[in-house]
Design a protein. Structure first.
Length: 196
C-alpha cells in the first residue's frame, strides 16, 4: 500500500504543446476509458497520488474548454512558440511554479501513468538528478527531475537540444515499470489499438 506524496515542493508539468498532426485531434481531449479525456485522467491520477501542483502547457492555438480540465485548480500555460520544442514548453511550465524541489514531466500522449509509478519515482527522487521508469532496458515516462535540472532548464536561452540531450548531462536512476511506460498515442491507429 502506498501513501499519497502530498509535497508542496513537487509539481507535475503536463506537456501538451504539440499540434497533434498525426492524430488529427488534440490528444488532451481524446476520450479515455472511464468517460474522462486524457487530460482529466492524468490530472486525477496525480491528484490521487498527492501531487496537487499541476501545470498544463498547451499549444496556444488550442482552445481548451474550462470543463475539460475540471479536476481542481491547475495552471494552463499557452505556448505560442511550439517550434522551439519540448524544452521550451518545459521551461514555460517550470517558470509557472516557484521553489520546486522536484517535478514530474508527463507527456499528454502517455496517459497510462499510475499511482504506483508516481510513488516509485518519488520514493527514489534523491538517488539521482532524475528518475526514469524502465521496461526491457528502455526508458519511459513519466520522469521526475530534481531542482538541479529544474534550475538548468530555467536558465536555458537556446532550445536546439532535445530533452533527451539535456538529461544526458545529468545522473539517472532507473526503476522497474511495466510496458505501458513506453507507450505513446500519436495516431488514430495507436488510439484504436489501446482504446478500441
Amino acid at each position: 500500500m502506498y501513501s499519497p506524496v502530498i509535497s508542496k515542493e513537487t509539481a507535475c508539468i503536463i506537456l501538451a504543446g504539440g499540434i497533434s498532426q498525426r492524430m488529427g485531434a488534440h490528444k488532451a481531449l481524446l476520450p479515455y476509458l472511464n468517460g474522462e479525456n486524457f487530460l482529466q485522467h492524468i490530472i486525477r491520477i496525480y491528484h490521487e497520488a498527492g501531487i496537487y501542483k499541476i501545470v498544463v502547457v498547451l499549444n496556444a492555438k488550442i482552445d481548451l474548454p474550462a470543463n475539460k480540465a475540471n479536476q481542481g485548480e491547475i495552471k494552463i500555460i499557452k505556448n505560442s512558440f511550439t517550434e522551439k520544442g519540448r524544452i521550451y514548453s518545459l521551461q514555460l511550465g517550470l517558470a509557472a511554479e516557484n521553489k520546486l524541489s522536484y517535478c514530474f514531466i508527463q507527456n499528454i500522449d502517455n496517459p497510462f501513468v499510475t499511482k504506483k509509478i508516481i510513488y516509485d519515482l518519488y520514493k527514489s527522487r534523491e538517488k539521482a538528478d532524475y528518475v526514469c521508469p524502465v521496461f526491457a532496458n528502455r526508458g519511459g515516462h513519466p520522469i521526475i527531475i530534481s531542482s538541479k535540472i529544474i534550475e538548468h532548464v530555467l536558465n536555458l536561452r537556446t532550445y536546439e537540444s532535445t530533452l533527451r540531450e539535456v538529461l544526458a548531462k545529468f545522473n539517472r536512476f532507473d526503476i522497474d515499470a511495466d510496458e505501458k511506460c513506453l507507450l505513446n498515442i500519436n495516431s488514430p491507429a495507436e488510439y484504436k489499438l489501446h482504446f478500441g
